[in-house]
Unconditional design. Structure first.
Length: 262
């Protein structure tokens, strides 16, 4: 996110050279890019990480973060009394004391290499295969580590809300991408997720998402009014382990358009 330096954390884990692979261009995934010399991203996203993120988008995201932190204490109390689901890895953390959220920006960065579907990122004894999975964004990728069966789901696969409401989102592309991932499920042991309080998900989620998105596209799933984290009115279809967020044709989307056109 760029609130605190991430490079020292990565350096504490290895003495190998460090480089970045972005799963897509969205601001909440590239906030630490400027700390590194080597940055790879899908070819469609390369020009997009060089653009400034509108202040209105960052402020809307900060407003969401503040609301979430305001209810965290109550959330913990209810969980301790009734559910027992939370742990140190799933609790929202407050902003560091020396960080001023109002001064937060995402620095533009420059790709030093670009990726396409089928590329292989060789880490030395471990290889990541690039899977171009557009839909959430046109440049979205997943990364498959075949030796251990680990799928980095990026924002294509989440045990929570899947966002397809942005100006450059594409439901048909997301349907095809999730169907492709579901067809690879026999070679996947765990899904590593990026949002919604979950670090990992079971492989069955791939089929659930693929089938759910088909139901939405065919008109067989109920869409109800909701709001996304930027406060934009959207339509949402909910399933057992995820939901799909789509644009509301009747609502204005200035922040979502601003994000895509930044």
């Amino acid at each position: 996110m760029g609130f605190l330096p991430i490079r020292p954390v990565a350096q504490s884990l290895t003495d190998r050279p460090l480089s970045v692979v972005n799963t897509h261009y969205h601001f909440d995934h590239v906030g630490g890019n400027h700390e590194f010399d080597e940055i790879a991203i899908h070819e469609h996203g390369a020009p997009l990480i060089g653009r400034a993120v509108p202040r209105t988008v960052l402020d809307a995201y900060l407003s969401f973060c503040s609301r979430r932190l305001e209810v965290t204490g109550l959330f913990q109390e209810l969980d301790a009394e009734y559910f027992g689901l939370l742990d140190a890895d799933t609790l929202p953390r407050p902003f560091p004391a020396d960080v001023d959220p109002a001064a937060w920006t995402i620095r533009p960065s420059r790709a030093t290499s670009t990726l396409v579907d089928g590329d292989r990122v060789d880490l030395g004894g471990r290889v990541l295969t690039v899977l171009h999975t557009p839909g959430h964004s046109p440049d979205g990728i997943c990364l498959l580590e075949e030796r251990e069966g680990l799928l980095f789901g990026a924002d294509t696969v989440n045990a929570g809300a899947l966002y397809a409401q942005f100006a450059d989102s594409d439901l048909d592309a997301l349907v095809a991408s999730t169907r492709r991932l579901a067809d690879l499920a026999d070679g996947v042991r765990l899904i590593l997720t990026h949002h919604c309080g979950h670090a990992i998900a079971e492989v069955g989620l791939l089929a659930e998402i693929a089938e759910g998105l088909l139901a939405v596209r065919s008109g067989e799933a109920d869409l109800v009014p909701a709001r996304d984290i930027l406060g934009t009115p959207v339509l949402e279809a909910s399933f057992a382990h995820f939901s799909l967020v789509l644009p509301d044709p009747a609502a204005a989307r200035p922040l979502l358009v601003a994000l895509a056109e930044a």
